[in-house]
Ligand binder design. Structure first.
Ligand code: AGP
Length: 608
């Protein structure tokens, strides 16, 4: 999604804006731009493309100045192009603005401005803000920003720069995240603290409907009524080490390799070593509340929704509570079916996903209890939900989720066990799982160490145009997620199915050119999976089996093997997903794809 950076200080703004854009680029974008106050004018450079390609051609002399704004755009209103890129300007060049989010009354305001003689040049809703602000500004930026808040509907974070006040950035937040920071003689504003961490000592999280004036002297926060607000600033403690890829060629590979440590941290943080209880201190629900839950809806989008599939199975099997996954965009809050005995669990890496957030709001309005399983504490969904489970995976930069997916699975398993405990039935399950949980990081490490096997498979399948992924039980989610990883970063069309569904339709696609990845699993599931693999082989299909390291039968029935350590069946999906992440990575690399920023995708999807 879009990203915002603004700077005002004594030094040159341009390098800081370009660096900020680069740091925001993990969110996914299709165009980028900057505006700098230079010699009484606002100079704009912008276009579609990557900042690495755009910035070298920008005229540094014309862009010389000590205040400016920058933006990464992910197209919603109008295709990626120079004219639609941000910053947007008014006709006279008095105002520049960058914008994250969507202006909902865009058409009405556009018509009103056109009737007053304004000529629009872009297809964006953002241009409305530039013209409107230019007309509302009479020397008092807070008054103009108040009018913007009063007249505009939707979700928007905005930063304005006016030619008449080149040392003042005016930021407004409604719905999209924004943080303001400062250090001696420097003021900054951004949609993510990452973009300003290298320059700000302290930062203020801007809240809903707040207006912030950013100057070299610091930041001043105002409410929507214009009154000055006293807001505490926190030290900027962003961990710089996570800002680099180190020796890894891509963020995705680095994040895959981080999984053993992240999972070890999560197990250590969540399980009380003395009493063996699960610690979820921010759940906001008592044991009596948890015991009274009659149904659980797990809501998420994309990869998070696949984690929800797994979570629903865990809630039903371990806690004995009926549970289902609902894609965020399909959640319908039927008031008569909701209420305090329904728990809605929102699962999200970014905590900003609009569909998931809307589901939470609807569930709350219908009286349901809500909990967020989230990776970002300072996020929109975190602020909405009644309780919070921190996935604790650290910043995930690659657009394709890896370490957060396994963090989601583990967090949901522990949440299901916590509910089971409150209902007097989780003790035995947790006791049985304890040694397996302790051994999990090492099992994941061994799965990663099997990368050479994955490279061989990648060599075999990287020219495929279609792939199938099949699994049973908890590995149904692994299959769907494995297919998602493949399609989003390699652009191979891949679909995941419950293996039993294969012969009800997808088997018609089976051929040597359509490789099938089969997650064999254990016990009864494995017996049935071996039969499914034979069905594929009988139709000349190429089968790659994710199988236990010692599974001799798998070697007899499959063409290629991705060996994995054998672990408790509830933890198996966390281990089995590793070779599928690596396979997607290796195939995408062989195909020359942009692994960390796949086409058309954004890291956080803040529109419905
Ligand atoms: C993950 O690989 C995807 N890029 C995508 O499906 C993602 O999981 C989805 O957009 C939900 O995002 P969230 O977890 O931030 O809510």
């Amino acid at each position: 999604m879009c990203g915002i950076i603004g700077y005002v200080g004594a030094g040159e703004a341009l390098p800081i804006l370009v660096e900020g854009i680069r740091l925001l680029s993990y969110r996914g974008y299709d165009s980028a731009g900057v505006a700098v106050a230079h010699d009484g004018r606002l100079v704009v450079e912008k276009d579609k493309g990557r900042i690495e390609d755009l910035a070298p051609s920008w005229d540094r002399q014309k862009l010389s100045g000590s205040s400016g704004i920058g933006h990464t755009r992910w197209a919603t209103h109008g295709r990626p192009s120079r004219v639609n890129a941000h910053p947007q300007q008014d006709a006279a060049g008095d105002v520049v603005v960058v914008h994250n989010g969507v202006l909902e009354n865009d058409i009405a305001l556009r018509e009103e401005l056109e009737a007053a003689g304004v000529k629009f040049v872009s297809e964006t809703d953002t241009e409305v803000f530039a013209h409107l602000y230019a007309r509302l500004f009479r020397g008092d930026p807070v008054a103009a920003a108040r009018e913007i808040l009063a007249r505009c509907h939707g979700r928007f974070s905005l930063v304005f720069l006016h030619r008449a006040q080149p040392g003042t950035l005016v930021a407004v937040r409604r719905g999209s995240p924004l943080v303001a920071g400062y250090a001696s003689g420097v003021g900054l504003v951004a949609s993510d603290v990452r973009a300003i961490a290298g320059h700000a000592d302290r930062a203020v999280e801007i809240e809903e409907d707040e207006i912030v004036i950013v100057t070299r002297d610091g930041v001043a926060v105002h409410g929507a009524d214009g009154a000055r607000k006293d807001r505490a600033a926190h030290a900027v403690t962003y961990d710089d080490s996570s800002l680099g890829k180190g020796a890894f060629p891509h963020w995705m590979l680095k994040e895959i390799h981080e999984q053993p440590d992240r999972l070890a941290d999560l197990v250590a943080a969540r399980i009380d070593p003395v009493h063996g209880r699960i610690r979820l201190d921010e759940l906001g629900l008592t044991d009596a509340d948890l015991a009274g839950i009659e149904r659980v809806d797990l809501v998420g989008c994309g990869t998070a929704s696949y984690a929800c599939m797994y979570g629903a199975r865990a809630f039903e099997a371990l806690a004995g509570v009926p549970a289902r996954m609902v894609p965020g965009s399909e959640f319908e809050a039927r008031a008569e079916l909701l209420g305090p005995r329904r728990l809605v669990v929102a699962v999200s890496q970014s905590g900003e996903t609009a569909d998931t957030h809307a589901a939470v709001e609807a569930a709350k309005a219908a009286g349901a209890r809500t909990v967020g399983v989230l990776n970002v504490r300072a996020s929109r969904i975190a602020r909405s939900v009644g309780g919070f489970v921190d996935i604790h995976a650290g910043p995930e930069i690659c657009v394709a989720s890896t370490k957060v997916y396994t963090g989601m699975l583990l967090s949901l398993l522990l949440l299901a066990l916590r509910v089971a405990q409150a209902r007097g039935r989780g003790g035995a399950a947790l006791a049985a799982l304890r040694p397996a949980l302790d051994a999990l990081p090492d099992a994941v490490r061994r799965a990663i160490a099997g990368h050479d096997h994955v490279r061989e498979v990648a060599r075999e399948v990287h020219r495929a145009q279609n792939m199938l992924y099949i699994g049973r039980g908890p590995d149904h989610a692994t299959a769907v997620e494995g297919a998602m990883k493949m399609k989003e970063i390699s652009y191979i069309h891949a679909e995941g199915y419950a293996a039993g569904e294969l012969k009800h339709g997808p088997i018609a696609l089976v051929s040597w050119d359509v490789p099938t990845v089969a997650l064999l699993g254990q016990g009864d599931a494995r017996t049935k999976m071996l039969a499914n693999v034979r069905e594929v082989r009988a139709r000349d299909g190429l089968v790659i089996a994710v199988a236990g390291e010692d599974d001799a039968d798998a070697r007899k029935v499959a063409d290629m093997i991705l060996p994995v350590p054998t672990v408790d069946p509830w933890l198996a999906p966390l281990v089995h997903t590793i070779p599928l992440q690596l396979l997607a990575y290796d195939v995408a690399r062989r195909r020359g794809c942009d692994i960390d920023q796949p086409r058309n995708l954004a890291k956080s999807v803040t529109v419905q």
